[in-house]
Design a protein around this ligand. Structure first.
Ligand SMILES: C[S@@+](CC[C@H](N)C(=O)[O-])C[C@H]1O[C@@H](n2cnc3c(N)ncnc32)[C@H](O)[C@@H]1O
Length: 221
C-alpha cells in the first residue's frame, strides 16, 4: 500500500514541474520542494531558524522549530551552530538565516524581529553572518540522515559599498562539507529592501533571493 502511495506521489510531482523562478509564498514553495527533492516522504523536519514559523502557515506537517531567540517561542530554543539533536535525526533541515548585516536598517520595517538581527556580526566579519555558514552546515550534515535534504533561503545584499555574495559563500561551504548542491530557485520579493537614508545607488536593488537545495549524498538524483 505504501509503495502505491509513493508511486502516485512521484507521478503527481512528475506532471507538475516546478519552475526555477517562484513568485508565490515561501510556505507554498516549501511544500512543493518537500514533494520533489526527498527520495521518500519526509517525516522528521527541522526548521533551524523558525522565528514566527511563517514557512509552516497552513501546513499540516509536524516540524521541530528551533530558534536562538526565545521571544518567538520555538519548540526548541537553541543555537543551530551547536544543535541539541542526535546524528541522523532528520530527513529535512530548513535554514533561513538573518540575511542583512546589523548595520543596515530600514526604519520602515522591523528588521530586528523579522530578520533575526538579534545575532550581531562585527567589522572583522564585514558585518555579515556568512562566517557562521561552515559551522551551521557541519551541524546540519550531522543531524541529517544519509540522502537527507537541506533547504536554504539565502539573500545576497550590498553592504559597505560591496556586493556580498552570500549564496555563493553558502554553496562553497556546503561543498567543502560534502553536501551535493542540487538545485537553485530564484524567489521574487514583492518589494526590494530600501533604506530611506540611501540617496545614491551604484547597485541594483535586491528583488530576489535564492532557495538552494542540497542533499547529503554524492549525487542529486
Ligand atoms: C530570517 S529569520 C527566519 C524567519 C522564518 N523563516 C520565518 O519565515 O518566519 C532568522 C531567524 O534565525 C534566528 N537565528 C539567528 N541565529 C541563530 C542561531 N545561531 N541559531 C538558531 N536560530 C538563529 C533568529 O533569531 C531569527 O528568528
Amino acid at each position: 500500500m505504501k509503495a502505491i502511495y509513493e508511486i502516485r506521489r512521484l507521478r503527481e510531482t512528475a506532471y507538475t514541474p516546478l519552475g526555477s523562478v517562484w513568485e508565490g509564498e515561501d510556505a507554498e514553495l516549501i511544500e512543493r520542494m518537500l514533494n520533489i527533492y526527498p527520495r521518500r516522504a519526509p517525516r522528521r523536519i527541522l526548521d533551524a531558524t523558525v522565528n514566527e514559523g511563517r514557512f509552516w502557515r497552513g501546513s499540516t506537517r509536524r516540524v521541530v522549530g528551533m530558534d536562538i531567540d526565545c521571544i518567538h517561542k520555538p519548540s526548541i530554543v537553541g543555537d543551530n551552530l551547536k544543535m541539541p539533536f542526535a546524528n541522523a535525526a532528520f530527513d529535512v533541515v530548513v535554514y533561513d538565516p538573518p540575511h542583512i548585516p546589523n548595520q543596515g536598517r530600514d526604519r520602515s520595517k522591523d528588521f530586528n524581529q523579522r530578520f533575526g538581527l538579534i545575532v550581531k556580526s562585527w567589522k572583522d566579519n564585514n558585518y555579515s553572518l556568512s562566517h557562521t555558514f561552515p559551522m551551521f552546515l557541519s551541524e546540519a550534515y550531522r543531524v541529517l540522515r544519509q540522502e537527507g535534504i537541506l533547504l536554504c533561503k539565502i539573500t545576497d545584499y550590498v553592504h559597505n559599498h560591496r556586493y556580498q555574495w552570500a549564496h555563493i559563500e553558502l554553496v562553497r561551504a556546503a561543498q567543502e562539507l560534502y553536501f551535493c548542491p542540487c538545485d537553485c530557485i530564484i524567489k521574487i520579493r514583492k518589494a526590494p529592501i530600501i533604506d530611506p537614508k540611501w540617496k545614491i545607488s551604484h547597485h541594483s536593488r535586491r528583488q530576489h533571493c535564492y532557495w538552494l537545495v542540497f542533499r547529503k549524498s554524492d549525487r542529486c538524483e
